[in-house]
Design a protein around this ligand. Structure first.
Ligand SMILES: [Zn+2]
Length: 350
């Protein structure tokens, strides 16, 4: 049985993140520039990136100062929003009018209420609402959903409320004041079924949300790895020169290639076992070996291992065979919790 206490998870999560950090420094190819958590990073004129503190579960943020207003990328958790708002206000007195949720997860969307209280309207692809209806049953019906679960463990969530995005787009939404242009685009299923990215064609900057991360932060529970590879292919075709991920340091277009290469390698490795007619138990037993093999690939080493790895292998195996690992339900529940938890928080659905 996969019975792990919350304390054990806290300890092992910290260890996993530390191991990932060490791995990033020693095994992976250099990713430049390396950003510091919590620092306002001016990427280009009027365009900013902010690397969230994983220890408190925060995602990365971006913001674009238009002629008349500010568009923020990702609502973050309520505490993340509260951290970012003064930093934006220190740069501009333009009103923060829009907050774009790249997807429905708590660390990207539960801060919506805070932004609304500060005058902004949450914006998202229609798939975000579809996902919220699926998982946020506490809001849409009487049964507790992920927000309520999160509120048990996070004071900032407990002190706020779920505010689904109310400005929705089915495929894309464009902000263009002549000086700056931001295209919010849904390219397909990736980390979730509702991911959208923010593409700045003039500056060739791409904000990806968790469709692309820089480190071992890929939660695959709500997405589809095979489709994710195809979606990343479309993202690569945009021609970005700077890529701002949902978690981890910002980088160049190589980051999209690395993220995609990780999923391709994972699918190749699991695919070999499937072709060899290995059982679910045998594939599960091979997880450690798979991790060691994939870590030898310098391009993708920083994505391999940690809490999500078993769930990633299982997800790919399930996509290929329709089968789950033994005790799969418990594993995937843990993996979902660990999405946020691996960002440093007590068990939260991410
Ligand atoms: Zn996230």
């Amino acid at each position: 049985m996969c019975k792990i206490s919350r304390r054990e998870l806290l300890i092992s999560s910290t260890a996993a993140l530390t191991a990932a950090a060490i791995n990033t420094k020693t095994a992976a190819k250099p990713v430049t520039p390396v950003q510091e958590t919590g620092k306002v990073d001016k990427v280009a004129e009027d365009i900013y990136f902010h690397q969230g503190n994983l220890a408190v579960g925060h995602c990365n943020n971006g913001w674009i100062v238009f002629e008349d207003y500010v568009l923020v990328i990702d609502a973050n958790y309520p505490s993340g929003a509260q951290e970012i708002i003064p930093k934006i206000k220190a740069i501009t007195d333009k009103p923060i009018r829009f907050t774009f949720d790249t997807h429905h997860h708590g660390d990207h969307a539960y801060g919506n209420q805070i932004w609304v209280e500060n005058g902004a309207t949450p914006v998202a692809h229609t798939g975000v609402i579809d996902e919220m209806k699926k998982y946020e049953t506490g809001y849409y019906s009487s049964k507790p959903g992920r927000f309520e679960e999160d509120a048990k463990r996070r004071k900032d969530v407990a002190a706020s409320k779920l505010k689904p995005p109310s400005l929705l787009f089915p495929k894309e939404l464009i902000f263009d004041d002549g000086k700056h242009r931001v295209e919010l685009v849904h390219l397909g299923v990736a980390h979730t079924h509702g991911d959208a990215l923010a593409w700045l064609p003039k500056e060739k900057i791409l904000f990806t949300g968790d469709a692309c991360v820089n480190g071992p932060y890929n939660s695959v529970a709500d997405g589809n790895v095979e489709k994710w590879v195809a979606t990343l292919e479309l993202a690569r075709k945009l021609g970005a020169q700077i890529v701002c991920p949902g978690h981890g340091a910002r980088s160049t277009d190589a980051l999209l290639a690395d993220q995609q290469a990780f999923f391709k390698a994972l699918r190749d490795s699991v695919g070999k076992l499937v072709n060899a007619k290995k059982t679910a138990q045998q594939v599960k037993d091979a997880v450690t070996q798979l991790s060691a093999e994939l870590k030898t690939n310098q391009q993708i080493a920083r994505y391999v291992g940690g809490f999500f790895f078993t769930a990633q292998v299982e997800k790919v195996f399930t996509e290929m065979t329709g089968q789950k690992f033994p005790q799969a339900q418990k594993i995937s529940k843990d993996a979902r919790h660990l999405h946020s938890h691996a960002h440093g928080l007590p068990l939260i659905v991410g």
